[in-house]
Write a protein that binds this ligand. Structure first.
Ligand code: PLP
Length: 389
């Protein structure tokens, strides 16, 4: 038996399990205390009514001979692919509909897409980073360059990765790549034959004039794959759906990555549920858009409560404006875990220690804006009372 021993190289990065354990211990000792959950990046609001109606319609379709759908194309339900294509066209991005692959979510794709690359490929992960990037590559035994380039990292000509992860808007820092910096990465990737995996899971939060897609940048189609999710845009964390764009222009070592991905999907999946894809169609209607944008406005208001509190007590932070995360510098030289314990014990606020996103996050802390609005408002008050002392 030959087993994949790279699994034993995974760091004990059970970040959220550690947090849950600490919260459990605290709650057992203080059963009457209300907890203010600003930790994990799961949404708290339900799906938009239009999406619910479309999901019901999908179920109804499956009940009748004339509208029943069996296997769909593995790469996605064509009307949904076209709706996504139109959305990009409205932003001035011309995409071939065949380059859009409907997926069951960004997480699934972030792991699966690695099948296109050799295990000897060198991966660059800009930290602090979403932990799945590291873990998915450790499982495959790839060499990882942990790149601490600050909040808006730029390419380093001395480093030669084959694969480059860019997450913008960023989890955990909430920062967004400017067009100028993104262009530097695109030029770097094209010049060095690298491929960029661009994770745009949080693009719906961008309110300033910043790139929502890497394909806004000239040259990106020959070096980038874009991975998107409906989880944070439209509350699909539990419903599961996303999409990936693999441009047919992306060629490495005479292999067309788009064709490889078609072959991969048609072999390794039978596509995503018709009902869920039917539900997602409503995300692109005028009414549907209004509804999910109203949910995003609630999360943005949450961000404002927290940012106002941090401003008042003089804590420095980034994010919050074009992303649902606030990345703050822990006060008084505390580490992320020390600040976590302090907030939990003193004001019952649960956040995420920066250490969970890479060593460079040791003195940082992430607050999520996806929580309950009343709780978030109260959390803001509690932060001020505690930290103004
Ligand atoms: N990418 C980033 C940066 C995330 O933070 C998350 C989830 O938190 C995902 C991808 C996963 O998205 P999905 O729910 O579509 O799997």
């Amino acid at each position: 038996m030959k087993i994949n021993h790279h699994y034993s190289e995974l760091q004990d990065s059970y970040l959220f399990a550690n947090i849950a354990q600490k919260v459990k211990v605290y709650q057992e000792a203080h059963p009457d205390q209300h907890m203010y959950r600003m930790g994990i990046g799961d949404v708290s609001l339900p799906l938009a009514p239009s999406v619910i109606a479309a999901l019901h319609q999908g179920v109804e379709d499956q009940a009748h001979q004339e509208t029943f759908h069996g296997y769909l194309p593995e790469v996605g339900y064509q009307p949904l692919r076209e709706a996504i294509q139109n959305e990009y066209a409205a932003q001035g991005i011309d995409l071939d509909v065949n380059d859009i692959f409907v997926s069951s979510g960004a997480s699934d794709e972030l792991g699966d897409i690695l099948h296109l690359f050799d295990r000897d490929a060198v991966v660059m992960i800009m930290e602090p980073a979403y932990p799945a990037y590291v873990d998915a590559n450790v499982m495959d035994g790839r060499k990882i360059i942990h790149y601490d380039g600050g909040v808006l990292p730029k390419p380093d000509p001395d480093l030669h990765p084959d694969l480059i992860y860019i997450c913008s808007p960023n989890n955990p820092t909430g920062s967004v790549m400017t067009r100028e910096v993104l262009k530097e990465w695109v030029d770097f990737a094209n010049a060095t034959d690298a491929v960029i995996i661009f994770d745009a899971a949080y693009k719906a939060f961008i309110e300033e004039d910043l790139p929502k897609s890497i394909f806004e940048i000239e040259g990106a189609k020959t070096c980038a794959i874009e991975i998107c999710s409906f989880s944070k845009t439209a509350g699909f964390t539990g419903t599961r759906l996303g999409y990936t764009i693999v441009p047919h222009e992306l060629v490495r070592e005479d292999m067309v990555l788009h064709d490889m991905w078609v072959r991969n999907r048609t072999t390794r999946t039978n596509g995503v549920s018709y009902i869920i894809q039917r539900g997602a169609m409503a995300i692109f209607t005028e009414q549907g858009k209004k509804e999910w944008q109203a949910n995003i406005a609630v999360y943005k208001q949450n961000a404002k409560y927290l940012m106002a509190a941090l401003d008042e007590v003089g804590i420095t932070y980034v994010g919050g404006k074009n992303a649902p995360y606030i990345w703050l510098d822990c006060p008084n030289g505390m580490t992320g875990w020390e600040f976590f314990d302090y907030l939990l014990n003193e004001v019952q606020i649960i956040g995420t220690p920066g250490e969970g996103f890479g060593a460079c996050g040791e003195h940082n802390f992430r607050l999520s804006c996806f929580g309950d609005p009343e709780d978030t408002k109260e959390a803001g008050r509690r932060l001020v009372t505690l930290l103004k002392k």
